[in-house]
Each structure stands twice: as C-alpha cells, then as structure tokens.
Design a protein around this ligand. Structure first.
Ligand code: ATP
Ligand code: MG
Length: 712
C-alpha cells in the first residue's frame, strides 16, 4: 500500500474519527453542535429520532415483513434553507462577496455577489408564487449549468416547493419519467443548450416529456440560446423579443418565458421558516444499476451535514472580505493575482442535476458563504485546456471533479499538461462518483496539485445526501473532544482510498451475516451510524426504500450502501465498486475497479471497463473492454489481448486475468460519468439491454456491438 506524506498539511494533533468511540449520545451531541452552523428560526426539541425497521408479520412464504424505517433530525426546529444560503450572508455585511462566477460555454461570463443572489432568488420566489406554486408542490428543473438553475433551485427551497433537477442532456423519455414520477406542477427548461460549440434545441424534449399523463400546469422557459450572448446585451435590453424566439415551439396558456415572468416582480421576498423535516428535493440516482430511485431529502438534517462536510473536506480559508468582493467580469483577468486570492474559490465541476452538485456546488458552498465557479460546458470545448483556463481565470483553490474526467484528461495530455497554465491557486483536489484509479489520482495531484496538495477521495451517494467517508485536510476545529482517536492522526493520503468515515458517522465492512470481515478482505460497505443528511424515503415508494437499503441489516438499524469495500491494515477504507459488479471467479471475489485500475496503469490504455460474464465452470469470468491510446490503435486484437492479460496477471494475479480483452472506441457511461458495467455484460452475452435512459453516450453501445459483431 502506498502511503504519501503530506508535509504541508500534516498535523500531529489532527483528528481521525474512531467510530467505536462514538456513542449514540455523543453522535447526536456532535450533530447538534454542527447544527449551530445554521441560522434557525426556532430551535429543535429532538435532535434525532430513528424507528428501525421491525418485523410486522410474514408473507405467504414465511419471509419476514418489515416496517419501513423512519428517520428524523432536529424535529421541532424551523429554518429556511434559502435564507441560510443567501440572506444571512448579506445581513452579516458580506453582500458584496462573490457568490457565483459563471462561465458559459461560448465564453460569456457573469458575476453574482451574495446581494445579487438575494435579489434574484427573491424575484424568482415571487415569480413562482405568482404562477401558483405552493409549499409541497414539485418543480422539475431541466436546465444546463447556468445561474438561473441555482437561482430557481434556491427559490423553490425558499417557498417550500420540492425541486427535482434533471440533467439537461437527458432525453425526453428520461425527463418524462421524472416529470410523471414526481407529479410535478411546473417544469423549467431552456429554449436550447450549448453543447460542444453547437446550439441544441431542448424545448421540444420538454414538450415531449409533458405529452403524456401528468400534473404539469406550466412550463417555464429560460432563454439561453435564442439570442446573442448575454454579455453583449446591455442590462435593460435583456427582455426584448428576438426573431429566433418565435421558432421555439410554444403551448399558449401553459408556457411562459422566465424573463417575462420575472420582469415586474419585486426583488424582495421575506422567507418563511419551515419544519426541519420539510422535504427539500427529490434526487434520482444515476441509474447505474437499473431504474433510478427518487430519493427524498429534507431541509434541516441535509443542510447541517452539507455545511459541515463541505467545510471539513474543503478546508475553507478564513474569509477575506474584499478578496473577490469588488470584481466585475471585465476585471477577471486580475483575479489570479495571488496577493488578492487568499479566500476560497471552490469549483465542483459536476452538472447541477447530480447529487454531488446539489451538495457541493449549490448548497454547501453557498451555506458556507464562499465564492465558487459554475461552468456551463464540457471540459473539452473548445479543447481539453478549458478547465485549466477556468482555474487560472478565477483563481480556483478547490478543484472537485470525477475520476472519469481525470482519465480523459490523462488521455488528452499523455505527456502531462503543457506549462502554459498558472495553476498556483490550487490548494486542494477532490474526486467523487467512482473509485479513483491510483494512476489517475497520482496524475492529477502531480499535474495540477504540484504533488503537494491534499486530495480528498470522497465516498458517498444520492442516498446519503452528503459525504460519508473522505480523507480530510487537518483542522482541529473539526475535532469534538472525546470523539476522536488522536493516536491515528490523519497525516496521510492514500491513492484510491476514501480513508475514514467523517465524524459523526460510522462505516463498517461486513459479511452477509453482519460480521466484520477484517482487514484486506472484501465485504459490504455498511453505514451502521448514518448522518442527518440521510435520504428519508424513495418518493412514492417507501417499500423500495426498505427493500433496496434496509432489508439486509435494517433490524439492526444499519444501512446497506450497495458497494463492496475492504479496509487495509490501518483501517482505511477502499471502495471496490458496486456489489452487483463483483466478479466471482471460482469463489474468488474480484473487484471490477481493481482490475480496471491495473489495466489503466498500462501505457496503451486510456480507460477500461471490467465486467463479469457467465462461465459454466468458474461461475464468472472476467471480461475487459479497453479504450486504447492513439499510438496503440495499430496493434492487432491478439496483441492487445495477450499483452493486457499478461499485465493484469502480473499486477493482480493470474486469477484476475481477463478471459477476453476487447478494444472499443468508448465505454457506455451514465450522465455522471460512471461506467455501466451491466450493459457491458449484457452486450457480450447478447441479452436484451436493460434501462438505458440514464446514459450520456448511447452511441457507445452501437460501437461496441459493431466491434463484437466483427469478431464473429
Ligand atoms: P444507481 O443507484 O441508480 O445504480 P448510482 O449508484 O451510480 O446509481 P449515485 O448516487 O449518483 O448513483 O452514485 C453513488 C455511487 O457512486 C456510490 O454508491 C458508489 O458506487 C459510487 N461512488 C461515489 N463516490 C465514490 C468514491 N469516492 N469511491 C468509490 N465509489 C464512489
Ligand atoms: Mg447507487
């Protein structure tokens, strides 16, 4: 196991949580303490209530029937999430501090201070109220990464409406499922989207999604593409009609332009405080393993864990009031002056519709009052240097991204990044979404982090609402007395390890019967003490919430995360991919991620997807698809196969040697960049393909099918 000492961040007194030391009382006390990060209109009377699933009968086959669990945090407390993310910063005299730096794909830029955000969110709240949106109504937000997405999301929170964000790249079918499943009253969309330098109309998708049976009363259309870039328009002219607008399909009485709806509403709105258990949003899982589940998150607990973990993992700098307060777009070239940049500029590169972005791009940074970047486009528009330009332009200090993106950057810059970008503002790197291959971890830290900054590999899920396990940069303020084990100080980062549960939460690696599997053995990642941001249910389907997560260990009050994991000798956690993805060769449980990580250490391989295929003798055999570097394209199929089989045998052992290694142009991925391994198996075995609505690149399936057909 490779251990990397972080000299600049090591602190002998830095805290490592020791879950065993956390009693239920201490845990509740800890979270109650963290809850004081927020402004509450009324205090809570009960910090935590948890009714575990219990036997309530038996079905015809004699199997136990369990009750659905009930989870509540901070009951009796009242707060407004939008007030906490916006108004209170303005009231504290920080209205001039930058909240958002927006960069559009075509290069247009906008800056919103917290005072700007307060006005815009207030207007948006008034506009939604004007349309008849009430507390508890669902609003589906199908928008790209633009300021309106953040503003409308916060406006929903402000009036108690439940938002559900849907990735702007999703098809009409995927959107229809979410519109119908949530029973939304309002859908928000754009006229079109900028995608890789091209304007793509999306209003037609929205119309199609609303064509069935649903509860939609209004479709709000934010104008994004049917006009010149905003920066070219003087402020007063933004509401003018343009010719192109007439080409947007329109249903009279139902559809309404956002700029018209908000034109004459007041920019003041007094937020109402809601009970801590008021639903805040519904988030659909990525759909990596099948039909997405609509998880329900509530206000108080979600915001507490979000505020805490955002501060914990991203090691926020003390606020320097004027570091970013006075800048306007035309001054942006001056931003990366190190003398000026001594406060946090956070950048989470996820699409806003992904849970990562809800927590560490919308709510986390804003509740903590920091400046952040939101960027509309793809990382390779116009070329793969775009992210580095953005880092340089805004003086980004925290770069939080996904392993899939890091692998494509590695592929794009095989010789390392050209020395043309000033990335000196970077203080911290992070990744989420998949296990990170150690190779990718090292690459990013060397190329962008000068081989010296902390790298937080954060493990969590839509279900947990915010981070569950992550290494953390030191900061003694995060150590509540008595709940940490100082002896195991957190002075090291390990590539590929999410290390430890965050304070106040406990994770264990267990076997089927609930016994600890011990170091270096593979088991199930189980959260035996969950945090306040845990999803409360699956929207409209509490039984699915029970059966997906609580059936296995629920009577003990433990949550099955669905991922395989192991710990090392020091107790640090390695996530090994989904339980459904485990490859079982003659009783040896192999981790897809470990095989993939071994493959990408080979110089020919950009990306790899390992997946189980059926074998009559061994149960499973390993199938590996690889995306090769440009230089390796000329190799024959046999050469690739033999070379890479030998490589895996050498890296992991002969048992992990893939039966087949097949070079393909691309791997199928979900919108959040996760490899959908079940489709890889289904393609090879010629089965019918399951749910595909969450894919970002359906064409990858056809390309693989072609490669397989050509093999005969
Ligand atoms: P579905 O549940 O519909 O199949 P999904 O699990 O991909 O979709 P998300 O909630 O977006 O939906 O993703 C959470 C999952 O992502 C985790 O359960 C885990 O498998 C993976 N993951 C996230 N972060 C990490 C990480 N740092 N290391 C390893 N795996 C991670
Ligand atoms: Mg999942």
């Amino acid at each position: 196991m490779e251990l990397i000492e972080i000299t600049s961040y090591s602190d002998p007194h830095s805290p490592t949580p020791n879950p065993a030391l956390i009693s239920d009382d201490a845990r509740e006390e800890f979270w109650a303490e963290q809850a004081t990060r927020l402004d509450w209109a009324e205090p809570w009377h009960t910090t935590h209530r948890f009714a575990k699933p219990q036997k309530i009968g038996a079905d015809e086959d004699g199997n136990d029937i369990l009750s659905v669990p009930e989870i509540a945090w901070f009951e009796g407390g009242k707060l407004n999430v939008s007030y906490n993310c916006v108004d209170r910063h303005v009231e504290a005299g920080r209205g001039h501090h930058v909240a958002l730096y927006f960069e559009g794909e075509p290069g247009d830029r906008l800056v919103y201070t917290y005072a700007d955000l307060q006005r815009e969110v207030s207007k948006a709240a008034n506009a939604l109220l004007k349309l008849g949106v009430e507390k508890g109504d669902r609003v589906v937000i199908y928008l790209p990464v633009i300021p309106e997405t953040v503003i409308i999301t916060l406006a929903c929170a402000r009036i108690g409406a439940i938002h559900s964000l849907v990735f702007g790249g999703f098809s009409a079918e995927a959107l229809r499922f979410r519109v119908e499943d949530t029973g939304a009253k309002v859908l928000v969309t754009t006229d079109g989207q900028n995608r890789r330098g091209v304007v793509v109309p999306v209003k037609t998708n929205a119309d199609q999604a609303c064509s069935g049976t649903n509860d939609i009363e209004h479709v709000i259309v934010v104008r994004r593409t049917s006009r010149p870039g905003r920066m070219d328009l003087p402020r007063g002219t933004r509401g003018l009609r343009s010719k192109e607008e007439d080409t947007v399909p329109w249903t009279r009485g139902r559809d309404v332009w956002w700029h018209e709806l908000t034109a004459d509403v007041p920019d003041v709105h007094v937020p109402e405080a809601f009970d801590a258990e008021t639903p805040l949003f519904i988030i659909y899982t990525s759909g990596t393993t099948g039909k997405p589940k609509g998880l329900v998150h509530t206000t108080g607990g979600y915001l507490v864990q979000t505020a805490y973990t955002h501060a914990l993992m991203f090691d926020l700098l003390p606020d320097v009031p004027d570091a970013h307060g006075v800048l306007r777009p035309d001054e942006l070239s001056a931003v990366n002056d190190p003398a000026k940049v001594d406060s946090t500029v956070h950048w989470c590169t996820a699409d806003l519709a992904w849970v990562t972005a809800h927590t560490y791009e919308i709510y986390g940074p804003l509740v903590n009052g920091v400046s952040e970047v939101i960027y509309e486009g793809t990382p390779n528009t116009p070329d793969y240097g775009r992210h580095f330009e953005v880092i340089e332009r805004y003086g980004v200090t925290n770069y939080y991204t996904a392993p899939t993106l890091i692998r494509s950057l590695m592929g794009a810059f095989p010789k390392g990044l050209p020395q043309v970008y000033n990335l000196s503002s970077i203080r911290l790197l992070g990744s989420v979404g998949e296990s990170i291959n150690p190779e990718a971890w090292r690459w990013l830290r060397a190329q962008v982090g000068r081989d010296e900054v902390p790298f937080v590999d954060t493990w969590w899920q839509s279900e947990t609402g915010s981070c569950v396990a992550s290494p953390r940069p030191h900061d003694p303020q995060f150590a509540p007395p008595g709940t940490f084990d100082d002896a195991a100080a957190h002075t090291s980062l390990k590539p590929g390890s999410a290390t430890r549960a965050v304070p106040g939460i406990s994770v264990r690696v267990l076997d089927e019967s609930g016994e600890e599997v011990g170091p270096n053995l593979q088991g199930y990642a189980v959260i035996d003490k969950t945090g306040p941001s845990m999803a409360r249910t699956v929207w409209g389907d509490p039984q699915r919430y029970l059966s997906s997560y609580w059936a296995a260990y629920g009577e003990r009050g433990w949550f099955l995360a669905g991922d395989g994991a192991r710990t090392d000798d020091e107790g640090d956690l390695y996530i090994l991919g989904r339980v459904d993805d485990v490859i079982n060769v003659s009783g040896h449980r192999l981790s897809t991620i470990e095989i993939e990580s071994a493959l990408v250490t080979h110089p020919h391989v950009v990306e790899a997807g390992a997946t189980p295929i059926r074998d009559a003798v061994t149960g499973h055999a390993v199938l590996a698809y690889v995306v090769l570097t440009a230089q390796a394209q000329s190799l024959s199929a046999d050469e690739v196969r033999e070379e890479l089989r030998a490589h895996v045998a050498q890296e992991i052992g002969p048992i992990a040697k893939p039966r087949e290694v097949i070079a393909v142009p691309d791997l199928p991925k979900t919108r959040s960049g996760k490899i959908t391994r079940r489709l890889l198996t289904q393609l090879y075995e010629g089965q019918s393909l399951g749910d595909r609505s969450s894919l970002q690149n359906e064409e990858a399936l056809d390309a693989i099918a072609e490669v397989l057909a050509a093999r005969g």
